[in-house]
Design a protein around this ligand. Structure first.
Ligand code: MGD
Ligand code: MGD
Ligand code: SF4
Ligand code: MO
Length: 726
């Protein structure tokens, strides 16, 4: 007898007529997958595949990478520059010369009238490193505004700040290969399978070869938590207490790596005194994790020959985000888990080039991890660029989250936004709208003309996107990857690199400061500036990066490969050469649920969409899987409120409201809901975003709301539809 299907239709793939595959790197998340884009005989991109011999993704891609080539001709792309005198009036088309002339006149006008710092620049983590470097040269070396920052303040600034406090420098010490050596993996506030699917696949492959325990700390039962050996469903915003308590157990039971602590750290006694207060019983009352689990995890971690921690926004986007990162570093320092195979504090980065901006954009300082506060650094860069060192400020200026309030108070009059969409991504939309309306002048430089923030601009500059350009990105594990040019820029859009260079011509005194005309020229400058530094890239070239499918820094001149890990010799970047163990008292300052607003609001992402959907909202197959704004709510809570699965509900906070589809699921606790932030005029109308004192990053993951059923479901459906914008 025959079982199963007897007539099997062989799978037949449509022949797309591909005549050439072109190498490039994915432009969405920070995993850094190598892609080949298939072109047909008209040179049109029609397909994509993962690059088999690329170490990062080994032939795999996630849904975003596979469909990314559809962006080249997607709806809403900016075709031509646009201008208007006043916002809310219709735009008129302009030539590049007119648009750039207008922008440079407005910058000069505002700076002459109100001072250099009255014109702010906010960039991104999503353009190429050479573009960041060039923008930095323009903002710091020519415009001279100190109010220059990036959207990475919404994303990675807690990690940066935490690394600097612990180790004396930014720079994630570990790499993906650590999964192949670790004996224990702690994942905190990271939904790896959805947000970094290929890093997740690397981790899972390693775990299938050699099972090691995976412990997930997240208030929500994420896809990662479902695959974990232990899931610690922590009370929102209390991670520092839990991490202090792990350290308490380790020290109380003598499980620490005494030799490592003595040789490589300082301030142990202060640290020990503080964690003494966080015994498991006390910590259990705050975190909601029982005392035995705390002890078990602490013992497991400390006794493992090598243990590592990864984390993402559940740590960073918190009022104690920077402290959370330091607490992770403290744990790894006392157990000797820095700079060894399988032992790491590995922050999983967000945007494709969030690392590149940290390294080379000059946003928070000067290129190559140099600081404005350091006289030698100011002098070195001034000399290299051929300007007066006194032109540089001696302290960094405002973070992105302080620039916007400074518009309200009239300190800032003009704004240049590059590849970021604060009208959808910043907390408290109503406040952002009012802020942007107050500006004398705003220019938006984005690949999409229909990006919501463009409603408030005076000038729109259409940018080329991703592989319409050439340059490098740095991924989570410090790997510099090459984006080869695959397609021509859409319409009359131009690479950001070209736009910055043209602006420099209009703003810089003739010939005073040199701007290389090619991205490779800018890369050569970065190489020179990197020599002998932690992020040395002087051994790299575009061709070598492509051949090796990415090279990790440091990669010194003459070296074939980069180094996989940092701090392998236990030498850190504080003047003493030691890492600091920092005591972290817990300050409970979140807006917490109360009788009027009884639910925690947790926000984040889904696998199909990227951020504000300017891109993924235009790709049919991604929209199809995740078409509408929704909220995960516990079925018991829904029942008590009279809310049915699949009905529309209203969520309300002290800031505003939003209409969403209720999805009943046990993923969330009874007093908490989860809402993806991808949709416009939706959850960020409600969110609060209190700022971390060190990193100025908003606490997007914690605020209080109430939930109301809606009687008129048809009217609600229309409101819900409006949040989709496209
Ligand atoms: N598909 C897709 N992938 C992406 C992106 C995207 O938009 N779409 N964006 C990229 C970017 S820029 C980023 S920054 C990353 C973000 O990647 P992730 O940080 O992994 O994603 P999020 O969904 O923002 O949040 C992660 C988890 O934090 C948890 N969390 C909330 N509060 C707490 C808390 O108090 N403690 C702990 N321990 N956890 C908490 C949430 O429940 C959530 O599961 O993803 C990158 N990858
Ligand atoms: N509630 C809530 N809000 C959040 C978060 C959350 O978890 N919860 N997460 C926060 C985080 S981690 C992040 S990173 C931010 C992201 O917030 P944003 O940066 O505001 O979101 P994006 O949609 O990525 O915006 C990037 C823009 O750049 C454009 N673009 C893409 N490529 C190019 C290019 O090559 N050149 C130019 N000029 N433009 C380009 C895109 O069209 C898009 O409009 O959102 C934050 N907001
Ligand atoms: S995991 Fe990230 S880098 Fe890799 S294909 Fe998906 S979105 Fe692109
Ligand atoms: Mo991010």
């Amino acid at each position: 007898m025959l079982f199963g299907r007897t007539k099997k239709n062989p799978i037949k793939l449509t022949d797309k007529g591909i005549v050439e595959w072109k190498y490039t790197t994915c432009g969405y998340c920070s995993t850094g997958c190598s892609i080949e884009v298939g072109l047909n005989d008209e040179g049109k991109a029609v397909s994509a595949r993962g690059v088999g011999d690329a170490d990062v993704n080994r032939g795999k891609l996630c849904i975003k990478g596979i469909l990314e080539y559809e962006l080249f001709e997607s709806d809403g792309r900016g075709r031509i520059p646009l201008m208007r005198d006043r916002i809310h009036e219709p735009f008129k088309q302009a030539s590049w010369d007119e648009a750039l002339g207008r922008v440079s006149d407005e910058i000069k006008g505002i700076q002459d009238k109100y001072g250099r710092d009255a014109f702010a620049v906010i960039s991104t983590g999503q353009i190429m490193t050479e573009e960041f470097y060039t923008l930095g040269k323009l903002a710091r070396g020519v415009m001279g505004t100190n109010n220059y920052d990036g959207n990475t303040t919404l994303c990675m600034s807690s990690a940066v700040s935490g690394y600097k406090r612990s180790f004396g420098s930014d720079g994630p010490p570990g790499c993906y290969e650590d999964f192949e050596h670790t004996h224990c993996l702690l994942a905190i506030g990271s939904n790896l399978p959805e947000q970094h699917p290929i890093i997740y696949w690397r981790m899972r492959e390693a775990r299938e070869q050699r099972h090691f325990p995976l412990i997930v700390i997240d208030p929500r039962v994420t896809m990662l938590a479902q695959n974990a050996d232990m899931h610690l469903a922590i009370n929102p915003g209390t991670d520092v207490v839990l991490l202090n308590s792990f350290a308490h157990v380790i020290l109380a039971e003598g499980l620490q790596d005494e030799d490592y602590i003595k040789a490589n750290t300082e301030d142990f006694d202060e640290f020990k005194a503080l964690v003494a207060q966080y015994d498991p019983v006390t910590a259990s009352g705050i975190t909601g994790i029982d005392e035995d689990t705390i002890r078990n995890v602490a013992r497991l971690y400390a006794k493992s020959p090598a243990a590592m921690t990864i984390w993402t926004m559940g740590i960073n986007q918190s009022t104690h985000g920077s402290d959370g990162v330091v607490a992770i570093n403290n744990l790894n320092l006392i157990t000797g888990n820095i700079g060894k195979p399988g032992g790491a504090s590995l922050s999983i980065t967000g945007q494709s080039n969030a690392m590149g901006t940290r390294e080379w954009s000059s946003c928070s300082g000067l290129p190559g991890y140099r600081a404005l506060e350091n006289e030698q650094d100011r002098q070195d860069i001034a000399e290299f660029w051929g300007i007066d060192p006194e032109f540089f400020p001696k302290k960094r200026g405002m973070f992105m989250t302080d620039i916007l309030p400074a518009i309200e108070t009239g300190q800032i009059k003009g704004l240049w936004l590059i590849a970021t969409n604060p009208m959808t991504s910043m907390p408290n939309t109503a406040r952002i709208r009012k802020t942007l309306e107050k500006l004398d002048f705003m220019v938006v430089q984005d690949a999409y003309a229909d990006v919501e923030t463009n409603e408030y601009s005076h000038v729109y500059l259409p940018a080329a996107i991703w592989a319409e350009k050439e340059g490098v990105f740095t991924n989570t594990e410090r790997r510099v990857n090459l984006i080869r040019n695959v397609a021509p820029p859409f319409g009359e859009s131009k690479p950001d690199f070209w736009i910055f260079n043209e602006m420099a011509k209009r703003l810089a005194p003739q010939g005073k400061i040199n701007f290389p005309e090619t991205t490779e020229g800018a890369f050569e400058e970065m190489k020179q500036l990197s020599k002998g530094r932690m992020l040395d890239i002087s051994g790299m070239s575009y061709d070598k990066i492509e051949q090796q499918r990415g090279l990790q820094w440091p990669c010194k001149e003459g070296e074939d490969m980069g180094e996989q890990r940092l701090y392998t010799n236990g030498e850190f970047k504080h003047p003493s050469g030691k890492a600091k163990l920092i005591p972290l008292p817990f300050i409970d300052n979140n807006e917490r649920p109360d009788s009027e607003y009884p639910f925690w609001l947790n926000t984040g992402r889904v696998v199909e969409h990227f951020h504000t959907r300017t891109r993924t909202g235009k790709v049919g197959n991604q929209n199809k899987f995740s078409p509408t704004p929704y909220m995960e709510i516990n079925p018991d809570a829904a029942k008590e409120l009279g809310i049915e699965h699949g009905s529309y509900v209203r969520i309300v906070s002290r800031r505003g409201d939003a209409v969403l589809l209720a999805q009943c699921t046990q993923r969330v606790a009874k007093d908490a809901v989860f809402v993806p932030f991808h949709f416009h005029d939706c959850v960020n109308r409600v969110s609060l975003g209190l700022l971390d004192p060190h990193s100025r990053q908003p606490a997007y993951k914690q605020c209080a709301i109430r939930i109301e059923p809606i009687a008129d479901q048809q009217a609600a459906a229309k409101m819900n539809l409006a949040s989709r914008s496209y």
